[in-house]
Design a protein around this ligand. Structure first.
Ligand code: AGP
Length: 617
C-alpha cells in the first residue's frame, strides 16, 4: 500500500521525510518521491524502484526547504515508473499532490478539465490540476479553500495531501476510506498514512475520520469538515514499539492482513461500472482489458491456471463463469498444464491468477496457452508484474501489498475478481441484462460490511483453536463453493501450523476418506446456506457417527440443523449471493490457523520452507 509523510516547520524536512519513508517501506512499494515547497516554486524528485534510487537522485539534486511531502507508491493505475510516481503537479507547477487510494471518478474529472495534458497515467494527478484551477479562480488564493472545493468533487478512497506555492508553509490533507494521521510537536506539523512514519518525532497523534480535512502549519493543525466547520479527529497516544507500529498494533502481518480484508475487497469492487457518454446502461469494465469484446464473445472454453491459494480462488471462478456466462471452465494447477498437451485454440480463454504476478509456473502456463493463440487475462495484485505485462487483459485485485507468506486478503480479493470476470464474460456474451449485472454488483458492495461482522467471530475461533491446537490431523469437507474454501482452510493450517490437514469434496467421503475418521478426529465442515446445505448436514452426521468432533461453518438463519449435529457452529452473516459467501466462509478458517500457529509458537509470517513469491519451478 502507498505511504505518505508530510512535514512543515523543520529545517531538515527532506531528511525527516526520507526517514519516514524508510519506516513505511514494510508496506511494500514500487516507486518513491518527494516534493518541497517555497514561495517561488515546488521541487519534485521521484524515482521508480527502491528508496535508494530516490536518495541517489536527491544526492545529485539536493532539496532544501522547511516544507515537503514524501510518498511511496504501490501502483494501482499506470505502470510503476518515474512518470507515475508521486508527487504529481499541475502543468504550471503551482500545486503538488500525493494520494493513497483510488479516485473512482478520475476519468470524469479529467474530462471536466477540457483539453489539458496529463503527465502521468495515474488517477491522482487530476487532483493537482483541479486544485490549481480553483486557485486560479480566486482573487486571494487560499489552498485550504481550494482543497475543500476539490474534495467535494472526489469519489472513491483517498488520503490525499496538497502543497502549493501560494501558501508554502501549509500542507492541506483530506481523508476518506484510507488512513491519515496528523500531529503537531515542537513547532512542526506532520501528516502520515501510518504512525510508523511519525514515531521518531511524536507519539501524540490524531487520526482523521472520513470526510475530515486538515490544514497543517508550523503553528498547529486545524481539522474541519468539507464545509469548513471545525470537527474533532480521533486523538490518541502511541505506546507501541516500532515493530508493532509497522503492524499497526497487530502481532503479525497475517493478522493485520486478515483485518484489512473489508478495505481490500471494497477497493477491488471500486470503480467497476462505466456509464457510457451516450447515456446507455452502465457497463462493467476490467482495468486493462485489451481483448476485443467480439473476440471474448466467441470464447467457447476457459482454462483457469494458478497455484496454491490462487488456484482455490480459481475454483470459485469456474463456478461463477459457468453459472453466469455459460462457458465450460477447467481449473488447473499451472505447473501441470504447461507439461501436457491441452486442447487450446484461439477460442479458448486462459485466465491466469497470481497475487504476485511473478510465480514462474503460472507465467509459463499462461504463455503455453498464448503460444497456441489463446487470449490471456491476468488476475493479479501487483501492477506491472510480469504476468500482468504479458497478458492481453488484466484485472487487478487492489488488495495492497501482502507481506505474510500465508495469503489471506489476496485470496478474498481474487474471489471477488473471479466474480467480476464471470459477470464481465456474461456481459460480453449478452447473457445478462445490464440492470442484472448492476444489481449483482450493487449487492456485492455489502461484502465488506459482512466481512467486518465475520471478523467478530475471532474470540470464538480462538477458543476453538485453544481446544484443538494439538489435533494432529484435521479434515476439511465442503461442496460447491464450500470445496475450494475447505481446500484453502486445509492449506492455511498446513502452511503455518505444520499440522496435517486435508480437504475432500464431502460427497467423496464414502468413497474412501471416511476410513480415516476415528474418535478424536476433527472435521471442519463448510455448510453455509445454499443448495447443497442439506447434503452437508448428512455428511456431518456421517462423520459424527464415526466419532469425529465437528466444527461447522454455517449461515445466520440456517444453523438450527447444524447445531443439532455439529459440536461447534460458527455463524456467518447472510452473504449477497451463494458464491460471494465463500469470501466470508474462509475468514474463520484463516483465523483458526492463525491462532493455532501462534498458540504452538510458530513463525506465522514466515513459515518454514516457504517463500512469498515462488520464482523457481
Ligand atoms: C498461499 O498462502 C501461499 N503462500 C501460496 O499457495 C500462493 O498462493 C502460491 O504460491 C501462488 O502465489 P501467487 O498468487 O503469487 O502466484
Amino acid at each position: 500500500m502507498c505511504g505518505i509523510i508530510g512535514v512543515t516547520g523543520r529545517s531538515d524536512a527532506v531528511e525527516c521525510i526520507l526517514g519516514g519513508l524508510k519506516r513505511l517501506e514494510y508496506r511494500g512499494y514500487d516507486s518513491a518521491g518527494v516534493v518541497t515547497a517555497d514561495a517561488n516554486d515546488l521541487d519534485v524528485v521521484k524515482r521508480a524502484g527502491k528508496l535508494e534510487n530516490l536518495v541517489r537522485a536527491l544526492d545529485d539534486n539536493p532539496l532544501a526547504s522547511q516544507v515537503g511531502i514524501g510518498h511511496t507508491r504501490w501502483a494501482t493505475h499506470g505502470e510503476p515508473n518515474d512518470r507515475n510516481a508521486h508527487p504529481h503537479t499541475d502543468p504550471s507547477g503551482r500545486v503538488a499532490v500525493v494520494h493513497n487510494g483510488i479516485l473512482e471518478n478520475y476519468q470524469e474529472l479529467k474530462a471536466s478539465l477540457g483539453d489539458v495534458r496529463f503527465a502521468s497515467d495515474t488517477d491522482s494527478e487530476v487532483a493537482a490540476h483541479l486544485a490549481a484551477r480553483e486557485l486560479e479562480r480566486m482573487d486571494e488564493p487560499d489552498l485550504l479553500l481550494a482543497v475543500r472545493r476539490v474534495v467535494a468533487q472526489l469519489r472513491g478512497a483517498y488520503s490525499i495531501c496538497f502543497v502549493a506555492v501560494d501558501d508554502p508553509d501549509t500542507i492541506v490533507v483530506a481523508k476518506h476510506e484510507a488512513p491519515l494521521i496528523v500531529a503537531h510537536a515542537d513547532g512542526v506539523g506532520y501528516c502520515a498514512s501510518d504512525v510508523a512514519a511519525l514515531i521518531d518525532h511524536t507519539r501524540d497523534v490524531a487520526a482523521l475520520l472520513d470526510g475530515q480535512i486538515a490544514r497543517i502549519t508550523p503553528d498547529g493543525v486545524d481539522v474541519m469538515d468539507v464545509d469548513g466547520t471545525p470537527v474533532e479527529p480521533h486523538r490518541f497516544h502511541v505506546d507501541w514499539d516500532l515493530d508493532a507500529a509497522e503492524k499497526q498494533g497487530y502481532d503479525h502481518f497475517m493478522l493485520k492482513e486478515i483485518h484489512e480484508q473489508p478495505q481490500a475487497v471494497a477497493d477491488t469492487l471500486l470503480d467497476r461500472l462505466n456509464a457510457p457518454p451516450d447515456g446507455g446502461p452502465a457497463r462493467l469494465h476490467l482495468d486493462e482489458m485489451r481483448i476485443d469484446e467480439h473476440e471474448l464473445a466467441r470464447i467457447d472454453k476457459v482454462f483457469i491456471l494458478a497455484c496454491g491459494t490462487s488456484l482455490h480462488a480459481g475454483m470459485i471462478g469456474k463456478l461463477a463463469i459457468e453459472h453466469w456466462a455459460g462457458i465450460p471452465v477447467d481449473v488447473e494447477v499451472a505447473s501441470e498444464f504447461r507439461y501436457r498437451d491441452p486442447i487450446v485454440d484461439p477460442h479458448t480463454l486462459v485466465i491466469a491468477i497470481s497475487q504476485s504476478g511473478e510465480t514462474i509456473d503460472t507465467i509459463a502456463a499462461a504463455s503455453h496457452g498464448r503460444d497456441q493463440r489463446a487470449p490471456v487475462i491476468a488476475l493479479c495484485n501487483v501492477v506491472g508484474s510480469t504476468l500482468a505485462r504479458e497478458a492481453d487483459g488484466v484485472l487487478y485485485t487492489h488488495a495492497g501489498p501482502e507481506i505474510a507468506v500465508a495469503s489471506t486478503k489476496a485470496f478474498t480479493t481474487q474471489i471477488v475478481g473471479c466474480l467480476l470476470i464471470g459477470l464481465y464474460l456474461a456481459q460480453v456474451r449478452g447473457r445478462m441484462y445490464a440492470s442484472e449485472t448492476e444489481d449483482i454488483l450493487t449487492r456485492l458492495q455489502q461484502i465488506p460490511a459482512a466481512i467486518e461482522q465475520t471478523l467478530l467471530l475471532d474470540g470464538e475461533v480462538r477458543e476453538l483453536a485453544e481446544r484443538y491446537q494439538d489435533t494432529n490431523y484435521t479434515m476439511f469437507i465442503g461442496r460447491h463453493a464450500g470445496l475450494p474454501i475447505a481446500m484453502e482452510g486445509a492449506l492455511k493450517l498446513k502452511e503455518i501450523s505444520y499440522l496435517h490437514a486435508e480437504a475432500f469434496p464431502a460427497g467423496e467421503m464414502k468413497h474412501g476418506p471416511i476410513a480415516l475418521i476415528e474418535p478424536g478426529s476433527l472435521v471442519v465442515a463448510l455448510a453455509p446456506a445454499g443448495h447443497v446445505f442439506g447434503k452437508m448436514v448428512s455428511n456431518i452426521q456421517e462423520v459424527r457417527a464415526r466419532g469425529a468432533s465437528v466444527l461447522a461453518i454455517g449461515t445466520d438463519g440456517s444453523t438450527a440443523d447444524l447445531k443439532e449435529h455439529a459440536h461447534h457452529v460458527l455463524t456467518l452473516p447472510e452473504p449477497p449471493n451463494e458464491l460471494a459467501g465463500s469470501v466470508l466462509s474462509v475468514i474463520p478458517l484463516q483465523l483458526f490457523s492463525y491462532h493455532i500457529a501462534t498458540l504452538r509458537g510458530e513463525d506465522v509470517d514466515q513459515p518454514r520452507n516457504l517463500a512469498k513469491t515462488v520464482t523457481v519451478e
